[in-house]
Design a protein around this ligand. Structure first.
Ligand code: WT7
Length: 677
């Protein structure tokens, strides 16, 4: 959910008075509330407590068992884990399987062809329902169409689509033929799209004419045209889904309509097995430097952990549950928990194209009521937005079908957790009836790199605790360590690390094995460094405290401070820029930029708007700073490093902290004087 907030050139009083989520977490580490599963829920849960011991006894054997029970292999594997060349892992390496066959065909062969796979709801209110049989047919047609356009196993496909069923169909069609998809979130700009197309050397782009945003058509195809305008790219064809019917420019020979190619293709297509370590997808994510990293995931291990976690963490009963993950397919959550896991597990899911406030602020709850959603998976930023809109809105709907609630993307503050439980999880009907036992909440910690959930309660086993992701999943080795890599004791904080390889771990950074080692495996040689700060409470439960690097988390979306700084200094009016993530009540963090302007730009009254739009063009609307502060100087150490910590103090309305290591000790007062004016 991206929000495009209007920029304000100064830090407002409301921002200054605001509480810092980090501090709130510190204070609440002695959380006493516990919510144990009811005996009924526990008895019927698909995963029981014994699973932790099973997995601890022999984690690779545990994963091998999951791989064979959750997936169908066209060739069984003989070796589970090859960790002979760390940090490069191979899981189930001599096995073969087809991701699309596992998600689709086998369910149809097993007599589940009439089960609904996707209930699609467009923003304007149009609906489509796909059974497993119908979705299988669509994917076979798309696979044939893509092959007819020259796509072969190993080729890369850039996907730039809104949340419509064709997004899932495209991903599965690529997987079916062994092509590697690289989804670029539709909120990214033409520039961002082009750099990802170039890095992956994509041969095909799949896009749409556009989508709908808050009741209005919004275009997508022009960004693809812009991205491909400069020669030197590898794209041969652009497949265009007709979604909003707006006019689009057309490049003959390159562009083809989805309806005419996929629509005309044969619905006969045999899935062949691909090696377990065959690349499934690349997904770009922001790191600490300016250039996004292409995170590479492969087939067998990724699908195993995706399917296992989806079943275990959400207590999935595919015959009866209706599942809805609100994430966009442009992010990893939309890959693992929309496109792959639910279908592998034969679940019925809801897919929604639009924003939560269109055409009214009750839209999500209307959908929960309409489709009788029983498992809802969303982000804290959405929950905090609903809190702001008020409990009366969900109170007008019957949410009694909900039995498990999930959270992902950023730490969920205990207040939001309790609101989620009481207002959504306890709703037993429109008349304000309350359930005796609200739905359990599972806070799930993971990353694009981990591929699937790593830390989360199990709803039928764990007594949940507001604000904490709590426990590593069975088969996962998580720890919190200090600077020296030593495990911290209960009650202390440090860095979150992963001690053992896991099936859905990234296999590297596309085209850059050194960067993979440096980024994740150099800080603590033998452990994976996640980039998150964490604490263990007195019970040993894990609390995530946010990033410890230059990565920001805005509404659960990952953005890099350096990437936005580079975008700002690429504008001729900007001499220097520093970006920080400042605590924000709704979005978790908000982008605040400090800029030093060049010459005449200082007199331009529209400069802040100009610069926000410039960042929007360079990266995408989600990266536009909420606030841009024009300053005369930036605080730097003697070695020239910007002290973001001091800027963060200002952005969050605090007195700036210790500034004794500054090269010029007067800089902080120069900055505060200039902001006071
Ligand atoms: C970063 C990963 C995982 C899918 C969405 C984001 C933060 C994620 C939680 C959580 C606290 C969380 C971390 C992580 N994060 N989930 N439950 N509690 N923090 O994927 O874009 O790769 O971002 O999101 O900081 O490192 P991503």
């Amino acid at each position: 959910m991206s929000q495009d907030n209007a920029g304000s050139p100064v830090v407002s009083a409301a921002d200054q008075a605001q509480e810092h989520p980090g501090d709130a977490l510190e204070n609440l580490l002695h959380e006493n509330r516990r919510f144990a599963p009811t005996p009924e829920f526990a008895a019927a849960a698909v995963v029981q407590a014994g699973e932790y011991d099973d997995a601890a006894a022999d984690a690779p054997a545990f994963w091998a068992k999951q791989a064979r029970s959750l997936l169908s292999w066209s060739k069984d594997f003989s070796q589970t884990l090859d960790w002979s060349n760390p940090p490069f892992a191979k899981w189930f390496a001599d096995g073969e399987l087809n991701a699309a066959y596992n998600a689709l065909d086998r369910h149809v062969e097993n007599g589940l062809g009439d089960r609904v796979a996707i209930y699609f709801e467009g923003e304007p209110g149009d609906t489509r329902t796909y059974t497993y049989a119908q979705l299988t047919e669509e994917v076979k047609k798309a696979a044939n169409a893509f092959e007819a356009l020259g796509l072969a196993k190993g080729d890369r496909v850039a996907v730039y689509l809104p949340m419509i069923p064709e997004a899932v169909i495209t991903l599965l069609a690529c997987a079916r033929i062994g092509a590697v998809h690289s989804v670029v979130f539709a909120g990214f700009s033409a520039e961002a799209l082009r750099s990802r197309i170039d890095d992956a050397e994509a041969k095909l782009v799949v896009t749409a004419d556009g989508t709908y945003r808050r009741g209005k058509p919004s275009a997508l195809k022009p960004a693809v045209d812009d991205a491909l305008q400069k020669p030197g790219h590898t794209v041969e064809h652009v497949v265009v889904v007709k979604r909003n019917g707006e006019d689009v420019a057309w490049t003959e020979g390159r562009d083809v309509w989805w309806d005419t190619t996929v629509g005309a293709a044969s619905a006969e297509h045999t899935a062949v097995g691909h090696e377990a370590e065959h690349p499934l997808f690349i997904l770009y994510t922001s790191g600490t430097t300016g250039r996004p990293k292409g995170i590479l995931h492969t087939t067998g291990g990724y699908l195993t952990q995706a399917a296992y976690t989806h079943r275990a963490v959400f207590d999935l009963h595919p015959e009866t549950d209706v599942y809805w993950c609100t994430a966009d397919v442009g992010w990893v959550t939309g890959h693992t928990y929309v496109a792959y896991a639910p279908l592998i597990n034969g679940a019925t899911q809801v897919m929604y194209e639009g924003t939560p406030d269109s055409p009214h602020q009750g839209r999500w709850w209307e959908l929960v009521e309409k489709y009788k959603v029983s498992i809802l998976y969303t982000a804290p930023t959405a929950i905090r937005t609903f809190m702001k809109w008020g409990r009366d809105i969900p109170g007008q709907y019957d949410l009694s079908s909900i039995r498990v609630l999930g959270s992902v993307g950023e730490p969920i503050n205990p207040e939001a957790w309790m609101w989620y439980r009481e207002v959504i999880g306890a709703n037993a009907g429109k008349q304000g009836q309350k359930k005796d036992h609200p739905a359990p909440i599972v806070d799930t910690w993971w990353q694009t790199e981990t591929g699937a959930i790593m830390v989360a309660p199990l709803p039928g086993v764990t007594a949940t605790k507001p604000g904490s992701a709590q426990v590593p999943l069975p088969g996962i080795a998580v720890d919190v360590v200090d600077e020296m890599g030593q495990p911290v004791s209960n009650g202390a904080g440090g860095y979150l690390v992963l001690r053992e390889p896991w099936p859905s771990m990234l296999r590297g950074i596309w085209g850059d094995p050194e960067r993979y080692k440096d980024t994740y495996w150099s800080r603590f040689e033998t452990m994976y460094f996640a980039g998150d700060g964490a604490k263990k409470d007195d019970d040993g439960d894990v609390w995530l405290l946010g990033r410890v690097d230059d990565v920001m988390n805005i509404s659960g979306h990952r953005l890099s401070t350096t990437e936005i700084e580079s975008a700002l200094v690429s504008h001729p009016s900007v001499a220097e820029a520093a970006v920080v993530g400042a605590a924000d009540e709704t979005t978790g963090q908000a982008v605040v930029a400090f800029v030093i302007l060049r010459g005449s730009a200082k007199d331009d009254p529209d400069i802040v708007t100009t610069l926000r739009n410039h960042v929007g063009k360079e990266i995408g609307p989600i990266a536009k700073p909420k606030t841009i502060l024009v300053v005369p100087e930036l605080p730097k150490t003697r070695s020239g490093k910007i002290m973001r910590r001091l800027l963060k103090d200002i952005a969050e309305g605090r007195e700036a902290g210790d500034a004794t290591t500054l090269a010029d000790s007067t800089v902080m007062s120069q900055i505060s004087d200039s902001l006071r004016k």
